[in-house]
Every structure is written in structure tokens, then in C-alpha cells.
Design a protein around this ligand. Structure first.
Ligand code: COA
Length: 220
């Protein structure tokens, strides 16, 4: 039984916001921010049988397995944004399979054995969850870190994404990663100018499906 996360109070563009390391008590807020930004940057609530499903793929495994690389924006009442990721994608994939899949076993229906045209949105997510090796893309291997970053709408466009991303990049560099990548849903036209402004370039990946891979050095 989880406590529903309250909708953030009128998040004006000047609401206070502090960057700090992730704490385990932030988990419910991470699930909430994740689903509210999971539809190519927009609200995905109601699109899956559980609103926590996307968080169980794209936020909580990172915050749980790699807490030293998880940072949040706190408005004084709750977490309103985060960056999570890993400095070592192959190692993360191993730990996702060996630790995260068992940790949440039974929470969701088993994935179909293959993805067919009639797969539901839940089927697709369950399949991605059971195939963490999808993250091992040869062309992005020179960019061993990767990340996920999301802010609630009222906290976007005021420099917090830049601060989160540079905080992550610096921590990933300290952990030994020289370069970082993101696998951005190509339909997320709002995020692409952000990554451009932060110095990311396109990594050419044939057959990248719905994703565009972007990369840059962890230090300027
Ligand atoms: C993408 C996201 C993390 C960016 O964070 P942000 O706080 O809004 O971005 P910032 O205010 O830090 O912007 C940093 C730079 O990017 C530029 N930028 C950001 N979004 C932009 C946009 N839509 N168009 C043009 N430039 C943009 C800013 O102008 C700024 O440039 P500057 O520092 O040179 O002035 C945030 O908007 C977000 O969470 N969006 C929804 C979820 C999402 O799409 N996540 C990414 C999934 S891959």
C-alpha cells in the first residue's frame, strides 16, 4: 500500500527549488514525477495498468542500485524533479538482471515472449523490463554512462535541468566515466533543444527504433 503523492502546489516558475542527493524516502515522488513526464515529456498517467510501471523501469532501478548518481530537486514539500543514471551501463545491465528483476518479481504480469503488432502498452514495458540487455547498444559503448532526467512542468525552463545534468555528469566523471549518453524518444521534441544546449551530439545508431541516441563528454 503506497501513499498517493499530492499534486504539487501551484508550481509557479519562481517556487523555491533546491538540488540535493536522492533519499530512499523520495521513492514515491520519483514514481510520480516519472509517470507525469513519461509520454514523450508529457503526462502518462492512466496509460498503463499501474502508474508506477514506468518508474519501475526508468527511475527506481537507478535510484536503488546507483544512489550516489541520483539527485533531486526539492521544492520544500516534495521532489519535483530528478536525474538518475549509471556511470557503467554494462555493469548496470548485469545488476538490473541479477538484482532489480528479482527485487520486483511478481509486481507485473510476465512479458510476452516477443513483441507483436497487437502488443499493449503494458506488454511493451514488461518486455523492456525483462530485456535490460537492450541497453547494450554497440555504437554507444564509448559513452558508458547514461541517465534519465525529468522535471514536473512547473519547474521546467528555469535552469534546473542544466544543474541536474551537470551534477550527474560530474558525479559520473568522478566514478570513472569519460562520456555519457541518453536514449531519447525521438518524438520528445521538447527535450532535444535541451540536450543540444548542454553540448550533446547525435550518435549514429542504425535501427534505433523510436529512440535518438545523444552523447557528450562528462567533463567539458
Ligand atoms: C528536458 C528537461 C529535463 C530540461 O530541463 P529544463 O530545466 O526545462 O531545462 P533548462 O531550463 O535547464 O534549460 C537548459 C538549456 O536548454 C535550453 N532549452 C531547454 N528546453 C528548451 C526548449 N524546449 N527549447 C529551446 N531551448 C531549450 C534552455 O534554453 C537552456 O539553455 P541556456 O542554459 O543556454 O539558456 C525538462 O524540460 C523536462 O523534464 N521535460 C519533461 C521530461 C523530459 O522530456 N525529460 C527528458 C527525457 S529524454
Amino acid at each position: 500500500m503506497t501513499t498517493p503523492t499530492p499534486t504539487p502546489a501551484a508550481a509557479t516558475t519562481r517556487a523555491p527549488a533546491t538540488l540535493r542527493p536522492y533519499r530512499r524516502s523520495d521513492a514515491d515522488d520519483l514514481y510520480d514525477v516519472c509517470v507525469r513526464t513519461a509520454d514523450a515529456g508529457g503526462d502518462a498517467r492512466g496509460q498503463y495498468a499501474s502508474d508506477r510501471l514506468v518508474g519501475d523501469l526508468f527511475a527506481l532501478p537507478y535510484a536503488t542500485l546507483e544512489p550516489d548518481l541520483a539527485f533531486v530537486v526539492d521544492d520544500g514539500t516534495r521532489v519535483v524533479g530528478y536525474v538518475v543514471g549509471t556511470a557503467d551501463t554494462p555493469r548496470f545491465v548485469e545488476r538490473y538482471r541479477d538484482e532489480w528483476i528479482p527485487a520486483i518479481a511478481g509486481r507485473y504480469a510476465p512479458a510476452p515472449s516477443e513483441l507483436t503488432d497487437d502488443a499493449t502498452p503494458d506488454d511493451v514495458m514488461h518486455y523492456l523490463h525483462e530485456h535490460p540487455e537492450r541497453l547494450l547498444v554497440p555504437e554507444v559503448a564509448p559513452y558508458p554512462a547514461h541517465l534519465h532526467i525529468d522535471l514536473l512542468p512547473g519547474f521546467q525552463g528555469r535552469g534546473l535541468g542544466r544543474r541536474l545534468l551537470e551534477t550527474f555528469a560530474s558525479a559520473a566523471a568522478d566514478a570513472g566515466a569519460r562520456a555519457v549518453h541518453v536514449g531519447m524518444v525521438s518524438a520528445n521534441t521538447g527535450a532535444r533543444p535541451f540536450y543540444d544546449a548542454l553540448g550533446f551530439h547525435v550518435i549514429d545508431v542504425p535501427d534505433a527504433g523510436p529512440l535518438t541516441y545523444l552523447g557528450r563528454a562528462t567533463r567539458p
